[in-house]
Design a protein around this ligand. Structure first.
Ligand SMILES: [Zn+2]
Length: 96
């Protein structure tokens, strides 16, 4: 299986498989972000993906979703941040 090398803020170099990564694309853009749970420390990582990274991730079979076009409001960011502070497993918030 394809291995994707990336960086965790806590651990440094880590290796992931495509099904451990989710790609978030901006509407009408060729760049976005990718998110993953670090296999070493378990923390949620979110990193920018430039067009080259996006094409590589898509080529390896990483699942993606296009973010809704409406900008996120300050209130949504605040509530999400509060939820993250309460949530033991932040990644669960992204799957609901
Ligand atoms: Zn880590």
């Amino acid at each position: 299986m394809t291995t994707i090398k990336t960086i965790c803020d806590n651990c440094g170099d880590v290796e992931l498989t495509p099904d451990e990564i989710a790609l978030e694309l901006e509407p009408s853009e060729d760049h976005g972000h990718y998110v993953f749970d670090c296999p070493s420390c378990g923390s949620l990582q979110r990193r920018p993906a430039n067009p080259r990274v996006v094409s590589i991730l898509l080529a390896t079979g990483v699942a993606y979703r296009v973010l809704r076009p409406e900008p996120i409001t300050e209130d949504e960011i605040r509530r999400f941040a509060e939820a993250l502070n309460r949530e033991v497993d932040p990644f669960r918030l992204l799957t609901g």
